[in-house]
Design a protein. Structure first.
Length: 252
């Protein structure tokens, strides 16, 4: 059975840890992010975290119900950092574009943490604020609730899916990633036009593009479709695009 998390006011240590610091949720999350960067998800254990904090491993459970609860807090931190780095302009498309890039960048700054948390729903305050912000942008732009939720769903899933995909490449060892990236020039570019005419014809373009994230391009595609949908709804509301006057004759 999961241990009961002690309320914030009751769980603060009365004295510093062996390293002279006072524990907090924020400090634990930041330390966990560092451990993930250095050791990967397999290295994130209560014992190792306690050692890094200079505290008994059991202290973790005064702040989090367990490592899964800590994982949610890490995901919330990445979302929160994205929101902190984003500045609204009042232009819905530009704001969503910038926020999407901020989310993607926040996760890629911590690829091991991204792989661990991109598929999770934390239900924690900073992540909820990101969701509220996105929906507010969409509803403020004039999207109906159903359309706003549809675009929100595609928007956030797209950002997190590419975050996980691109983080996967960053999380592997440097030599393995370099070998993967060189494959476009060492293998694909050398395929015969006789056996692989389409790859051979586009090999130089593939080499230029395939080691870059496609997220900005796909994000623009999503926003193009959302913008077209919004224009359609507005036109219906003003009566534009409807046929008026006499019934058209044959051939018109």
């Amino acid at each position: 059975m999961a241990k009961k998390v002690v309320p914030e006011a009751e769980r603060r240590r009365r004295r510093p840890t062996r390293q002279g610091t006072v524990l907090s949720e924020r400090l634990i999350v930041h330390t966990a992010l560092r451990m993930l960067r250095e050791h990967g998800s397999a290295g994130l254990t209560a014992r190792r975290l306690g050692s890094a904090l200079g505290a008994d491993p059991s202290t973790l459970y005064r702040y989090f119900a367990g490592l899964d609860d800590l994982t949610r807090a890490i995901g919330e931190e990445l979302m929160g950092r994205a929101l902190d780095s984003w500045v609204a302009t009042g232009q819905w498309r530009a704001d969503l574009h910038a926020l999407g890039l901020a989310i993607h960048a926040s996760y890629l700054a911590h690829p091991q943490a991204a792989l661990l948390t991109a598929s999770r729903v934390t239900g924690r305050p900073r992540e909820i604020q990101v969701d509220e912000t996105i929906l507010g942008i969409l509803r403020g732009a004039g999207f109906g609730d159903a359309d706003a939720v549809g675009v929100y769903h595609a928007f956030i899933d797209l950002a997190l899916a590419f975050a996980a995909l691109d983080a996967g490449a960053l999380a592997i060892k440097d030599e393995a990633r370099a070998a993967d990236e060189e494959m476009w020039t060492t293998t694909y570019a050398r395929l015969s036009p006789t056996t692989h005419p389409h790859i051979a014809a586009t090999a130089h373009l593939l080499a230029d593009r395939m080691n870059q994230s496609a997220y900005p391009v796909v994000l623009d595609t999503l926003l193009d479709r959302a913008e077209a949908r919004l224009a359609t709804v507005r036109n219906r509301g003003t009566g534009q695009g409807k046929r008026t006057g006499a019934r058209p004759g044959p051939g018109t």
